[in-house]
Write a protein that binds this ligand. Structure first.
Ligand SMILES: Cc1cc2nc3c(=O)[nH]c(=O)nc-3n(C[C@H](O)[C@H](O)[C@H](O)COP(=O)(O)OP(=O)(O)OC[C@H]3O[C@@H](n4cnc5c(N)ncnc54)[C@H](O)[C@@H]3O)c2cc1C
Ligand code: FES
Length: 290
């Protein structure tokens, strides 16, 4: 069992939690993730290790409510325990001195961006980060990103904070002003990564993306997380999760991510109705006591 030491909501539907997992905290490297099962009957879901504290023996994960498992996690409390945390999984990011590295993080994608930006800065790179969200409320981890970067730019779709528009608009503007980037790291929703890599390809900036393919075992056995990269089949869990963004077949990834949508929706509806019933039963017990 892995105890939740701290937990808070950092944006609508976005939960940040510190979980006691000393072995994982010691071994994890930037770019890696864990597979978590929140309770005995729960499914296994992958979440990035956004940060770790080796002294406290904790890892920090940041989860966005997308369906039943992430909604269940949002409803857990500090002091509760999750049943399994497996990791660290996946290849760590290849960290070295590239020169000037630009990070593009969209929404929950800012969580996986953070440890990579930290490590790239530590390796002597100049780090520019462009982070964005739908609205001001969805721009997460701004303070963390400021600490991990030499410069931070913010964009929101509606202009409620920072530049109005997409993170790619900011990148375009910076390059037009004469900034040179040796590497781009792009993590966020698939349509955002697709748009960003087509821009960085035009700009001749080598680009790494981290893919959120559907995972089951996380060990290369089930084939659930397969993606096409440069015409070859790769398993995101063991060959990734980072790949050359200019080689990824994003169209296929988008289709595969939707495969289980019907079942995810059914599971969420059932979970919501069960939670509602539970609340009604609790209210009745409470009312009867009164
Ligand atoms: C390497 C990796 C790192 C990730 N890191 C984070 C993170 O730090 N924070 C975060 O909020 N999310 C992260 N995700 C995505 C997260 O795993 C899914 O949002 C989560 O599994 C959804 O589960 P659900 O039951 O709440 O929703 P569901 O209703 O089951 O699914 C909602 C959507 O989530 C995706 N999804 C569902 N099951 C899985 C699965 N087993 N594996 C991957 N995607 C799935 C599908 O696209 C689906 O349409 C990561 C995914 C991968 C592969
Ligand atoms: S999750 Fe099963 S092969 Fe990657």
């Amino acid at each position: 069992m892995y105890k939740i030491l701290k937990k808070k909501l950092i944006a609508p539907g976005v939960t940040q939690a510190e979980i006691v997992a000393p072995e994982i905290a010691k071994k994890r490297k930037a770019g890696q993730f864990v597979i978590i099962r929140f309770h005995e009957k729960g499914e296994r879901i992958p979440l990035t290790i956004a940060d770790a504290d080796t002294e406290k023996g904790t890892i920090t994960i940041i989860s966005q409510r997308a369906g039943k498992s992430t909604a269940f996690f949002e409803n857990m409390n500090k002091g509760d325990s999750v049943i399994d945390v497996v990791g660290p999984l996946g290849h760590p990011t290849h960290i070295k001195k590239y020169g000037h590295v630009v990070f593009l993080g969209g929404g929950i994608g800012i969580a996986p961006i953070h440890p990579i930006a930290q490590a790239m800065k530590k390796a002597g790179n100049r780090v520019t980060s462009i982070i964005g969200g739908k609205t001001k409320d969805f721009v997460i981890l701004e303070d963390w990103m400021r600490q991990a970067s030499d410069a931070v730019y913010i964009s929101t779709d509606d202009g409620s904070y920072g530049n109005k528009g997409f993170v790619t608009d900011v990148l375009k503007e910076l390059v037009e002003k004469g900034e040179h980037f040796d590497l781009a790291v792009v993590i966020g929703p698939v349509p955002m990564m697709k748009a960003a890599v087509s821009l960085t390809k035009e700009m001749n900036i080598p680009t790494i993306v981290s893919l959120n393919a559907i995972m089951v075992d996380g060990t290369g056995m089930c084939g659930g997380c397969r993606v096409s990269v440069g015409g070859e089949t790769k398993f995101t869990c063991v060959d990734g999760p980072e790949f050359d963004g200019h080689q990824v077949d994003f169209k296929e990834l988008m289709l595969r991510l939707r495969i289980f949508d019907k079942y995810g929706k059914q599971a969420m509806e059932l979970y919501e109705s069960e939670s509602k019933n539970e609340k009604c039963v609790m209210k009745k017990v409470f009312d009867d006591k009164e």
